[in-house]
Structure formats: structure tokens, C-alpha cells
Design a protein around this ligand. Structure first.
Ligand SMILES: NC(=O)c1ccc[n+]([C@@H]2O[C@H](COP(=O)([O-])OP(=O)(O)OC[C@H]3O[C@@H](n4cnc5c(N)ncnc54)[C@H](OP(=O)(O)O)[C@@H]3O)[C@@H](O)[C@H]2O)c1
Length: 341
């Protein structure tokens, strides 16, 4: 039998196959629609750690980059270092926990990017490192001379009752407000401010928000931090469903431990104890930590592929599955990691 009809069929099918590949594989790639050297990116929290590496990666791809943080000197230095690589780079200083700064950061970023934005990376954040009992002073309550009596016969004595009160509940509350402000309220407010521009000025607007594994699974000494990251996860997960129809994509990044100085600026350290506690924190384990560079690569890849969830390193995905089928094991591992067994 002649192979001519087969050959003719194959030739006729080629444009059809090419059209399917382009529409299903090439076009959905965000980097096809927004070329890396045209991408307009705002990175919140780019003076150090993960955000700085994200800025380096985008600059290396010749993107238009705005770097944001409070330390103006560092910001200028970052801009100076990355200027030879980026298509344009602009430092914008501000504190994202202050509403007036967020408004100004938005206006200045959009001005610098000539009225448009494609990608908002929210990296700024703060951590808590103290056991809650130590922070709130719940471990010292009831340990005074009258404690034993208070728990048995004389609960009606006001002295004994005073000994059952926490040492410093206000410190715990204050730390919680500070950490919620930077990890939850600031990302929420930044999103309110940048969302209209992402929707109206980009053909594929992206928000990548850096949460943490602590936003998925709690851990000892991380109670307030985990609460703030759980709040952010809940907010962005819900919002991503709302905004999908506007064409804006939201990705939530959940890294495990990353080798940065985050813990040195822990937001629950009382000023009086800051130095000795910082020493304790600095000497704590970062065993198995991923590098900030590897984490940044995961964030940029997640943005390019418009992934909804980026969990890093990969084996933490196993712990998410384990948490469903054997939560006791994950709990045991977390307690073991932080010395609570
Ligand atoms: N390191 C880890 O193990 C780890 C693990 C999981 C998730 N994460 C998350 O990754 C993110 C980045 O942390 P990192 O490890 O890279 O720590 P980092 O080196 O301390 O970086 C934090 C960045 O946030 C900025 N920032 C903090 N508060 C700010 C504020 N109020 N306004 C504006 N910028 C602010 C800081 O800049 P300025 O000080 O100049 O303002 C800095 O650029 C955080 O959200 C953190 O929760 C970290």
C-alpha cells in the first residue's frame, strides 16, 4: 500500500498539532506572555534574606524592579549593585505596617514603573522565637511560696489568686499585635493597594506571598508566628478564588527553615533581655536549612508557572500528607526538632 495518503495526512495534521502545543503549552507559560525583560516587579522586603535574592534573580533577568524595605541605606546599596543588570531598578523606602507608607510605596512604585505592574512579591515578615509561657510569664505564675497552698485550700485568699496570674500577659499581646501587623495586616493592605493596578495594567498579574511551613503546621516556640502565617494563608487562599476571574493569580510560598538572619530580629524579644536572648537565638539550629538563593529560585519559578502553592524543600510536601494521615507523627517530629519531647 502506498504511504502517500499517510504522509499527506501527517503534513495536514502538523499545523493543528502546532496550534494545540502553542495554545496549551507555550501560551499558558507566563514568560511567553510577559517577557522576563519586560516584567515589572515590586519586591517588598528586599534589603536582606530571601527578598534580596529574589531581587537579584529578577535583576539578572533584566526585569524592571522596585525594591522596598525600611533600611534606606541598604536599599540604595541593593539598587546600586543591581543597576548594571536590571532594565531599571528603583529603591522605595517605607514601613509596610504603616498605612500611610503603604499608600506612598504604591504610588512611588507605580510611578517608577511608568504606571504598571505585573508581579508583586511580598517577602517582608517578622518572627517570634520565645516559648509562649516564657513570653507571657505563665510559667512563673503559681510558683511562689504560696503556690501549693493556693492550688489546694486557700483559693479564696487574694494573695494566692494573684500568684496564679501570668507574669506579663501584656508582653504577649503586644508581640502578637506587632507580628500580626507585619505578617498578616501588611500583606492584606499591600494587596488592597496593588490589586487594582495588577488587574488593570497586566495581562497576567501575579501576587506571590511568602508565608512559611509554620502557616500550615504549628511548632513549639513559634505560636504567635504560626498564628500570623496561618492567618495570611487563610486570607490569600480565599482571595485567590475571588480574584481568579479578574486574571490575577495568587501564589502562597511555604518554605521550611531558610538560612537568613530572620531570627536575629525576632519581634517578641523584650528589650531588656534582647542581647542574651539574641545570642540564644543565633546559636539555635539551622540544620537542614535551605539557602535564601534556592528559596528565591522557587519563588520566581512559582511565579513563572503561576503555581498556587510552593512548598520548599520538596520533602515538606510529604509532611503535609503525613499531617493528614498521621498527625501524631508530625506533631512528634515538630516537638523533637524544637526539643519539646
Ligand atoms: N528564614 C526562614 O527560615 C523563613 C522560613 C519560612 C518563611 N520565611 C519568611 O520569609 C520572609 C522573609 O524572611 P527572611 O528570612 O528573608 O528574613 P530577613 O532577612 O529578616 O528579611 C526580612 C525582610 O523584610 C523587610 N521588612 C521587615 N519588616 C518590614 C516592615 N515593617 N516594612 C518593610 N519591610 C520590612 C526587611 O527589611 P527592612 O528591615 O529593611 O525593613 C527585610 O528586607 C518572611 O516573611 C519570613 O516569615 C522565612
Amino acid at each position: 500500500m502506498s504511504s502517500a495518503p499517510l504522509l499527506l495526512g501527517a503534513i495536514l495534521a502538523l499545523p493543528f498539532i502546532a496550534a494545540v502545543i502553542v495554545s496549551r503549552v507555550v501560551w499558558p507559560l507566563r514568560t511567553t506572555r510577559i517577557l522576563p525583560n519586560r516584567e515589572r516587579v515590586v519586591i517588598i522586603g528586599a534589603t536582606s534574606g530571601i527578598g534580596l535574592e529574589v531581587a537579584r534573580l529578577y535583576a539578572g533577568r533584566h526585569a524592571h524592579v522596585v525594591v522596598v524595605g525600611r533600611r534606606i541605606g541598604l536599599l540604595k546599596e541593593v539598587a546600586r549593585q543591581l543597576e548594571p543588570y536590571a532594565s531599571s531598578i528603583h529603591p522605595v523606602a517605607g514601613d509596610v505596617t504603616l498605612p500611610e507608607d503603604v499608600r506612598r510605596i504604591t504610588i512611588e512604585s507605580l510611578q517608577a514603573l511608568k504606571g504598571g505592574i505585573d508581579t508583586l512579591i511580598i517577602c517582608a515578615g517578622g518572627i517570634s522565637v520565645l516559648p509562649f509561657s516564657e513570653l507571657a510569664g505563665t510559667d512563673t505564675a503559681g510558683t511562689g511560696a504560696g503556690a501549693a497552698a493556693a492550688t489546694t485550700s486557700s483559693l479564696d485568699s487574694s494573695d494566692a489568686i494573684m500568684k496564679l496570674l501570668p507574669g506579663d500577659a501584656q508582653a504577649a499581646l503586644d508581640a502578637s499585635v506587632r507580628i500580626m501587623n507585619v505578617n498578616y495586616h501588611a500583606p492584606l493592605n499591600l494587596t488592597s493597594h496593588f490589586l487594582p493596578a495588577l488587574t488593570q495594567t497586566s495581562i497576567a498579574g501575579n501576587i506571590m506571598v511568602v508565608s512559611s511551613m509554620a502557616g500550615k503546621i504549628g511548632a513549639p516556640t513559634r505560636s504567635i508566628y504560626a498564628a500570623s502565617k496561618h492567618a495570611a494563608q487563610g486570607f490569600f487562599e480565599s482571595l485567590s478564588m475571588e480574584v481568579e476571574r479578574t486574571g490575577v493569580h495568587i501564589g502562597i510560598v511555604s518554605p521550611g527553615t531558610v538560612d537568613t538572619d530572620l531570627r536575629l530580629s525576632a519581634m517578641d524579644l523584650p528589650k531588656s533581655k534582647a542581647d542574651d536572648l539574641k545570642e540564644r537565638v543565633a546559636s539555635g539550629t539551622k540544620k537542614g536549612a535551605m539557602t535564601a538563593w534556592a528559596c528565591a529560585e522557587g519563588i520566581v519559578r512559582g511565579s513563572d508557572l503561576q503555581q498556587r502553592e510552593v512548598v520548599m524543600p520538596w520533602f515538606y510536601r510529604v509532611s503535609l500528607v503525613l499531617d493528614l494521615v498521621s498527625p501524631w507523627l508530625v506533631r512528634w517530629l515538630a516537638q523533637k526538632k524544637y526539643g519539646y519531647l
